[in-house]
Write a protein that binds this ligand. Structure first.
Ligand SMILES: [Zn+2]
Length: 272
């Protein structure tokens, strides 16, 4: 039963359908093959995840190779009134309350496979039509940075989906208050398979005088035990894998890619 916003939900589903058709595409990524800066992930690692699965989808190998990380997921709360969306229905749930309760449990179990610790921020996924303000997100992320004291922060490049872009922009804003952590943006899987989205996002960042360079995760992505750990963690997001379907799941089996946003101890948040 739709309680509100049927039209918007229909549009979201239409977009999701487009995404699913695109997930199987094998588009070239033209800008990540050049010389790369080696990733330097020392000390406490914090991964910022828009939804309850994104950190493992996009950074699972890196998390597997750096145990004891913290994963802060932003959109983990149910709306005030229960509702049902197409995505939650496709995930096997009867409503948002059940969905978010189950998804938080899935996340705890998935991160335990990687020996990572979860932080769940109390904001609503865009599908529930009560997104937080940018100011609230930035404040919550700043508080998380103070609490975790990370040496390295990984955050979404923000390639697609309003929640991902909002999370990326909020991280960029929050990082301006902290000079110490090295900061890397990760390519959002599976969205980075959509042709042109990486180029569009990097162009937007460049307009804001934010420069990034491709980062080399070295051998973190090649060890079989790490690959097995990532697969084990992914398998614990059973509801989301169900919604992705076979074609979407196949598209998740894709290399992780990172961009150096700011090296540790580099002054300022922009690389001019
Ligand atoms: Zn997501």
């Amino acid at each position: 039963m739709f309680l509100k916003g049927d039209g918007r939900l229909a549009r979201q589903q239409a977009r999701a359908n487009v995404e699913c058709r695109l997930l199987g595409t094998n588009s070239p990524v033209p800008t990540h093959a050049a010389q790369k800066d080696p990733m330097n992930v020392d000390g406490p690692l914090l991964v910022v995840s828009p939804h309850l699965d994104d950190a493992v989808l996009s950074c699972g190998l890196l998390l597997a190779s750096h145990p004891a990380a913290t994963v802060c997921t932003i959109f983990t709360s149910a709306p005030e009134a229960d509702m049902i969306t197409d995505w939650d229905r496709a995930s096997g749930f009867a409503g948002a309350f059940e969905a978010m309760r189950a998804r938080r449990t899935e996340d705890v179990r998935a991160l335990s496979a990687l020996r990572a610790s979860p932080i769940h921020l109390p904001f609503c996924d865009a599908q529930y039509l009560s997104s937080p303000s940018r100011e609230a997100l930035v404040a919550a992320l700043r508080a998380t940075f103070v609490e975790v004291k990370p040496a390295t922060v990984l955050f979404p490049l923000g390639l697609f989906h309003s929640d991902h872009t909002m999370a990326s922009d909020a991280c960029l804003a929050a990082l301006r208050s902290f000079k110490d952590p090295a900061a890397y943006a990760y390519e959002d899987l599976p969205y980075r398979n959509i042709p042109g989205v990486i180029q569009e996002r990097l162009a937007t960042m460049l307009e804001q005088r934010i420069k990034v360079s491709p980062a080399d995760m070295a051998d973190a992505g090649t060890h079989a035990p790490h690959q097995q750990l990532k697969q084990a963690a992914l398998g614990r997001y059973a509801s989301q894998l169900r919604a992705f379907g076979p074609e979407g799941r196949a598209a998740l089996d894709s290399p992780e890619r990172y961009w150096l946003f700011r090296a540790a101890n580099e002054s300022g948040s922009r690389r001019d």
